[in-house]
Design a protein around this ligand. Structure first.
Ligand code: NAD
Length: 519
């Protein structure tokens, strides 16, 4: 049966989307439909000179945008919020075509920028309001904390959530008065390009949000050298390269990196809920979620019960290429990535692990399909034991004591997300606090933490630097200006005043301020 491509994805529509990507060399990259491997559109590839011009255009648009009253800037996002929801199905078509994920995950991805807009529409006026504080001399001096936009923000986004990482991270930056130059992954440039088109329809000034495309090592250096701040989401290896270059340029960056996330099931957890959670945790988005589960720790007395129920539920999952809500699991993003996932499973099996279910590519479904796979007997000498597989592969382990489970969960260089399941919430939270991880979800896998837009979300250890969401998710895109005013010249001795007298007065004043609490 041939796959019917969604009617929205006409050649004219796709060519219109990529038209904004500069390419003075005329070079292009073949962006394909993952399910079939067929060409969708030729994506222009930007040269260093193109990137510099994109920054120059963004910089001049930024000066005008930053001068708009905040209320006028935020009105753009109020309109965009409605527009993004109206067009969610077209966005979903694009996300599916370029990433191969199933429709349920794709439509959920479209909700992320909308949730981010909602949150910061409420929060930005408070965060960006100047804060007047006391100066060193009570009454006679003031200091005001003013938030200034940094200028042009470089955003480098991965392919696994192209729309969410490309657009959501730009929203607080734009609200704060910045411009954006985005480098999406070549494979998944279409959905963020559509998001920018929608933002412009909602009133975002043209030129403010630029897009440049190309392979990371070709585009990255010029992008970082021209940016005032870099927001990067991707692998830990690339994050280190980005961080080094940003550091040399003395600009700040936020690095949202990989994980090898554990799930601990406590003895009093409910079997059905755990199985349902584990299915999403291991196989949601075909295992390509940075916060997904690759290691599952089960209590010895209930190990066989959980394992058997999880394996049985996994065998019932429907894989397939479809632009409807049918399949439970979609494709991996590319044949190359499928080979990487396969190599992790083959390596584990060669070193003694057992495949309980799955373990094979499915070329009958499409060029990058791989079965949901559960492994037993994975050890740290295996690729799947220590490094991020980033596919639908999970390893089961047994533990005897909770202390052992916590120690095993923490035995990793990563610290992005962890999931703890138990009937006694207080006990489960106690366990959660002991895990070295930027996010911990109790009785959920990841959505509760990630969708809580008011709380910062980021990785510790090798999983990242900085965070998105929460107040710092917007404030990181600003510089603080300390505007200090002295109303009367009282710092220093008065004309004719003896310096000993002045020092005595000053020290006494400090003593009094400490005692009375005035400052
Ligand atoms: P990647 O690091 O290979 O690529 C990410 C982006 O960086 C792409 O746009 C790529 O073109 C670009 N890039 C690559 N090399 C570069 C360089 N030298 N200079 C500048 N840019 C460069 O990662 P990926 O394979 O696309 O994405 C998967 C990874 O992303 C996984 O490790 C996953 O865990 C991680 N991820 C993390 C989060 C998070 O929030 N922590 C979210 C999504 C994905």
């Amino acid at each position: 049966m041939t796959l019917q491509r969604p009617a929205s994805l006409t050649d004219e529509f796709l060519q219109g989307l990529v038209a904004r990507v500069p390419s003075s060399s005329g070079a292009s990259w073949k962006l394909t439909e993952v399910y079939t491997g067929e060409l969708l559109v030729e994506l222009p590839q930007s040269t260093p000179a193109d990137i510099e011009r994109a920054f120059a255009a963004a910089r001049s648009a930024q000066r005008v945008w930053a001068a708009w009253p905040l209320r006028k800037r935020l009105a753009v996002f109020k309109r965009a919020h409605a527009l993004f929801l109206d067009r969610a199905h077209t966005t979903t078509d694009l996300i599916q075509a370029e990433s191969g994920k199933n429709r349920r995950m794709a439509i959920e991805e479209t909700c992320d920028p909308v949730m981010v807009m909602s949150h910061y529409l409420k929060r930005a006026p408070h965060l960006l309001k100047p804060v007047r504080r006391g100066g060193p001399i009570p009454v006679l001096s003031t200091s005001t904390e003013i938030r200034q936009p940094k200028g042009v923000i470089g955003i480098i986004a991965p392919w696994n959530f192209p729309f969410a990482t490309g657009i959501s991270d730009s929203i607080p930056a734009l609200m704060a008065g910045n411009a954006i130059v985005l480098k999406p992954d070549n494979k998944t440039a279409l959905s963020p390009l559509y998001g920018i088109q929608l933002l412009e329809q909602a009133g975002l000034p043209k030129g403010l949000f630029q897009v440049v495309c190309g392979e990371g090592p070709d585009v990255g250096p010029t992008l970082i050298d021209n940016a005032n701040y870099v927001m990067f989401t991707g692998s830990t290896a690339t994050g280190r390269v980005i961080g080094e270059r940003a550091g040399r340029n003395l600009i700040d960056c936020c690095l949202e990196l990989g994980g090898k996330n554990p799930m601990i099931v406590l003895e009093d957890a409910k079997l059905d809920e755990v199985v349902q959670g584990a299915i999403f945790g291991a196989f949601g988005n075909t295992g390509q979620i940075c916060m997904h589960i690759e290691r599952m720790y089960l209590p010895e007395p209930r190990y066989a019960e959980f394992r058997d129920a999880f394996v049985a539920a996994t065998r019932r999952l429907v894989l397939g290429a479809a632009y409807d809500f049918g399949p439970d699991i979609g494709s991996l993003v590319s044949p190359d990535h499928m080979e990487r996932v396969r190599s992790h499973v083959d390596d584990a099996v060669a070193k003694g692990a057992t495949v309980l279910t799955g373990g094979r590519p499915r070329p009958d479904l499409g060029p990058a399909f791989f079965e949901p796979t559960i492994l037993e007997g994975v050890t740290q000498d295996m690729l799947a034991g220590v490094t991020e597989t980033f596919g639908p592969v999970v390893a089961l382990h047994r533990y005897r004591t909770v202390d052992e489970a916590v120690a095993l969960a923490n035995d990793t260089d990563y610290g992005l997300n962890a999931s703890v399941w138990g009937g006694d919430l207080a006990a489960a939270c106690q366990v959660g606090r002991r895990i070295q991880s930027g996010n911990v979800n109790v009785n959920d896998i990841l959505a509760t933490a990630y969708a809580a837009k008011g709380t910062p979300s980021g990785g510790v250890k090798q999983s990242g630097v900085g965070a998105r969401h929460g107040d710092q998710g917007l404030l990181k895109y600003t510089d603080v200006q300390n505007l200090a005013v002295l109303k009367k010249q009282v710092l220093g001795a008065r004309p004719g005043q003896d310096y000993d007298e002045y020092v005595k007065g000053m020290l006494g004043g400090l003593r009094m301020m400490r005692k009375t609490g005035i400052r």
